[in-house]
Design a protein around this ligand. Structure first.
Ligand code: GDP
Ligand code: IMO
Ligand code: MG
Length: 427
C-alpha cells in the first residue's frame, strides 16, 4: 500500500505540520524520518494550537500510530515534556513508538551546539542550538548513543565513558567549560528517561513493513526542508540531516519503491530563519508587512523569520530533488492585502540567466532575481470554502505558480485552521 511523503520545499516552516495533520486523517501511520526538536510544526484545530517538535503531526487522531523513525535525533527529556504537554491537553499519546536505532541527543551535544555557534561569531549559522548538528556528527563518527542503549545500562555507561573521554577535554581545554559528569548523565537517562520511554521503544522498521503487508497507509512527515538539506541545501547554512524525499526512505527503513506520492509544501511567499543566501529577501516595509501578517516568528525558538517573494527557481529545483508529484501552497491569505505580488521566475548573474539555481554558491549569493509582477486581489480569503470562491486574481496567482514551477498544486491554504484550505479544480 502507498506511502506518501510530505516534504518542505523552501527553508522550513512551510506548513508541513498542517498538511500532515490533514493527510493523517486518512493514514494509519505517521512517521517522522529526520531532524529532531529543531522542528516546530504548528497545527490549529478548532482554535486550539498544538506546536509539535518531535512528536509526529498525526498524534491528534486516535486511529493513527505515530512513529519516530530511525533517522530522527531524540532528546528524551524534550520528548517526555512534549508528551506531558499533549496529555495535559487531553491527547492520547499511548500509541507513539520510537525507533531503537534513532540516536539520542546528549547534554554535551546541546552545549557544543551553543559553543560552536558562539565561537563562529559573525559567521554563526543561526542554528536552533538544540544539539542537532553535534548529535548527527557523532552518529556519522560512530560514537553516537542510540535509543536502544537506554535498554542496556552497561552498554550505555560504557559508551558514555568513551565519548566523555573525548568531549570533556574539548569542553574544558578548547572551550574553557566545566567537564560533564558521566554519573549525573546516566542517572537522568537510565533512571528518569528510560523508565518512561522503554515501553515506546520498538523495531519501527519491522512494524512499518508489516503495516505495508497489511495494506496500511503510511505518511512520512519531513522536518526542515529541501534547501536546509545537508547535501542539497545552501551549505553550510543547512541542518545536519536529509529532509529531501530520499531521506524518507533512509530515515524510516521503507524501500524507495514504497514512496509512491511525494507532496511538497511551500508558502505562497518564502521565509528563512538563520543565516544564509536568500535571493528574494525583502528587507523593506513590504517585508515587515509579510512578517506581521504571516506571524513569521519561529514556532519554538520565537526568532523572527526572514521573508521574501516566492522563488520559482528554487521550487523547480525542489521538484527535481524530491520527485514532487504535487505541492500544497500555504498562507495564500497572508497576501490578501497586497496591491501587487512578485514571483521570482529566474536569476541573473553577470549577463547569464538561470532558471534553476547556479551550482556555485558564490554565484547564488550574488544573483539578481528576475520578477514577474502580478496584481493582488485585496480581498479577505480566509473564509473561502472552494477554489471558485477565491477572487479571480488569487486563482490566477495559483495558476501562475503552477505554470512557472511546472508542479501541480493540489491544495491551497487560506488560514491556519485545519479546515482552512481549498482544492484547485484541476488538482
Ligand atoms: P512547519 O514547520 O512546516 O510545520 O510550519 P510551522 O508550523 O513552523 O509554520 C507554519 C505556520 O503557518 C504555522 O503557524 C501554521 O499554523 C500557519 N499556517 C499553515 N497554513 C496556513 C495558511 O494557509 N494560512 C495561514 N495564515 N497560516 C497557515
Ligand atoms: P521545521 O521542521 C526552519 C534552521 C535553523 C538554522 C539551520 C540549522 O519547523 O520547518 P539546526 O538547529 O538544525 O542545526 O539549524 O536550520 N532550521 C529550521 N528553519 N524550520 C525548521 O524546522 C528548522 N530546523 C532548523 O534556523 O538556520
Ligand atoms: Mg516549523
Amino acid at each position: 500500500m502507498p506511502a506518501t511523503v510530505v516534504v518542505g520545499t523552501q527553508w522550513g516552516d512551510e506548513g508541513k505540520g498542517k498538511l500532515t495533520d490533514l493527510l493523517a486523517g486518512e493514514s494509519d501511520f505517521v512517521v517522522r524520518y529526520q531532524g529532531g526538536h529543531n522542528a516546530g510544526h504548528r497545527i490549529v484545530v478548532n482554535g486550539d494550537t498544538f506546536a509539535l517538535q518531535l512528536v509526529p503531526s498525526g498524534i491528534l487522531y486516535p486511529h493513527v500510530t505515530p512513529v519516530i523513525g530511525n533517522g530522527v535525533v531524540v532528546d528524551p527529556g524534550v520528548l517526555i515534556q512534549e508528551l506531558d504537554g499533549l496529555i495535559a491537553k487531553g491527547v492520547d499519546v499511548s500509541k507513539l513508538i520510537v525507533s531503537g536505532n534513532a540516536h539520542l541527543i546528549m547534554p554535551y551535544h546541546q552545549e557544543l551546539d551553543r559553543l560552536t555557534e558562539r565561537y563562529l561569531g559573525r559567521n554563526a549559522l543561526g542554528t536552533t542550538k538544540r544539539g542537532i548538528g553535534p548529535a548527527y556528527a557523532d552518529k556519522a563518527s560512530r560514537v553516537g548513543i542510540r535509543v536502544q542503549d537506554l535498554l542496556d545500562p552497561k552498554i550505555f555507561r560504557e559508551k558514555l565513558d568513551m565519548v566523555l573521554a573525548e568531549k570533556n577535554p574539548l569542553l574544558t581545554r578548547v572551550y574553557n567549560r566545566m567537564p560533564m559528569d558521566a554519573r549525573a548523565i546516566s542517572a537522568r537517562y537510565l533512571d528518569e528517561f528510560a523508565a518512561r520511554l522503554t515501553p515506546m521503544i520498538a523495531d519501527t522498521v519491522g512494524i512499518l513493513h508489516d503495516a505495508l503487508d497489511e495494506e496500511k497507509k503510511i505518511l512520512l512527515e519531513g522536518a526542515q526542508a529541501t534547501f536546509l538539506d545537508l547535501d542539497h541545501g545552501t551549505y553550510p547554512f543547512v541542518t545536519s540531516s536529509n529532509p529531501v524525499a530520499g531521506g524518507a526512505a533512509v530515515g524510516s527503513g521503507l524501500g524507495p519503491h514504497h514512496l509512491n506520492r511525494i507532496s511538497g509544501v511551500a508558502k505562497a511567499y518564502i521565509t528563512r530563519v538563520g543565516a544564509g543566501p536568500f535571493p528574494t529577501e525583502l528587507t523593506d516595509e513590504l517585508g515587515e508587512t509579510l512578517v506581521n501578517r504571516g506571524h513569521e516568528f519561529g514556532t519554538n525558538t520565537g526568532r523572527r523569520r526572514r521573508v521574501g517573494w516566492f522563488d520559482a527557481v528554487m521550487m523547480r529545483q525542489a521538484a527535481r530533488l524530491n520527485s514532487l508529484d504535487d505541492i500544497a501552497i500555504t498562507k495564500l491569505d497572508v497576501l490578501d492585502t497586497f496591491e501587487t505580488i512578485k514571483v521570482c521566475v529566474a536569476y541573473e548573474h553577470e549577463g547569464r540567466r538561470f532558471t534553476t539555481p547556479p551550482y556555485h554558491q558564490s554565484v547564488l549569493h550574488d544573483v539578481v532575481p528576475v520578477y514577474e509582477e502580478l496584481p493582488g486581489w485585496q480581498t479577505d480569503i480566509t473564509g473561502c470554502q472552494n477554489f471558485r470562491d477565491l477572487p479571480r486574481r488569487a486563482q490566477e496567482y495559483i495558476t501562475f505558480l503552477q505554470e512557472t514551477t511546472g508542479v501541480r498544486i493540489s491544495i491551497v491554504g487560506t488560514g491556519p485552521g485545519r479546515e482552512q484550505f481549498v482544492i484547485p479544480e484541476n488538482a
